[in-house]
Design a protein. Structure first.
Length: 300
């Protein structure tokens, strides 16, 4: 087994309106509110893991932390050795921080764009308390695949790519060239999920362009789609299917102003046979900018 992270365990979001996230994640998306941690941040589940999305009070309305799981103590130690060898500074979590994240051990560092990264192992789960959504859905594709994926803007694509691949152990999935921007996005995986991190070679007002959660079937995606339309959740992109990961999905605008992709049927990677490819468009079809007025007219 190559040394590196094994999944995106959780994300911490900085929010000016913490309460708006509860309505958004629970009522519309179907996650489970799991109470607050010792700092008062709200915890949300999407499987048996005790926390997948953490929403803390703040003024950034952006991602604050990307938390990556490492398979075991041996891998964790090897990864810390690699950080030392590359003179990358990290700080061991305090006992309070470790307890708050529900892990056995944890270190914090920053990526080349300044995003806080938490590496940990031994994430707490509650199999005796199965995930329970307040919506009638079949759940999310998470587990060993992790929360989903995040797309990050970076002003230094070479340093960021080196950090996530050579240091954290991610592997290349493929690339998509966006002609309108004359820029190429880099997609990286750390387990069979097609990508866990994607890097966009430009800075945006927010560090997080979007994060993705994968539902277990198309019916869950479509009931979420129509519920969001009914409740007038702001949309970013309409239904479509991506070229590289084959995800059937749509995008909504979160209370933080960045986007959430909700999809299903994502492609899985077998590293024994995978070939890195290059695409000249992000979608096979769809994902057009959403026109709510036009959508309401068609609905009528």
């Amino acid at each position: 087994m190559s040394v590196g992270v094994s999944s995106l365990s959780y994300i911490v979001l900085d929010a000016t309106h913490v309460g708006a996230w509860r309505e958004f994640l629970v009522d519309y998306i179907g996650m489970e509110y799991a109470g607050d941690d010792s700092s008062g941040s709200a915890l949300y589940r999407m499987d048996e893991q005790d926390r997948r999305v953490v929403v803390q009070k703040g003024d950034k309305d952006d991602i604050a932390v990307a938390g990556f799981d490492v398979a075991d103590p041996h891998q964790f130690g090897q990864l810390l050795d690699r950080l030392k060898q590359n003179q990358i500074n990290y700080v061991h979590g305090t006992s309070e921080q470790i307890a708050m994240r529900g892990v056995i051990d944890l270190v914090t560092l920053t990526d080349p764009s300044g995003l806080a990264i938490e590496l940990s192992y031994g994430t707490s789960s509650s199999p005796e308390l199965p995930f329970k959504s307040e919506r009638r859905i079949n759940g999310f594709s998470a587990g060993d695949l992790g929360l989903g994926h995040i797309v990050l803007g970076t002003k230094d694509i070479e340093r960021s790519t080196d950090f996530y691949t050579r240091i954290l152990g991610f592997k290349f999935s493929d690339f998509i060239h966006i002609a309108a921007l004359n820029q190429t996005l880099t997609f990286l995986h750390c387990n069979p999920r097609h990508h866990t991190v994607a890097l966009a070679p430009f800075e945006m007002p927010k560090r997080l362009l979007h994060f993705m959660v994968e539902m277990n079937n198309i019916d869950d995606v479509m009931t979420t789609y129509y519920l969001a339309r009914e409740k007038q959740v702001p949309f970013a992109n309409d239904l479509g299917r991506h070229t590289n990961d084959l995800m059937f999905s749509f995008y909504v605008i979160t209370p933080g102003g960045f986007h959430l992709e909700i999809g299903c049927d994502g492609r899985l990677i077998d590293d024994q046979t995978w070939k890195v490819d290059h695409y000249d468009a992000p979608s096979i079809w769809g994902h057009s900018l959403f026109d709510l007025k036009k959508a309401e007219q068609s609905k009528a």
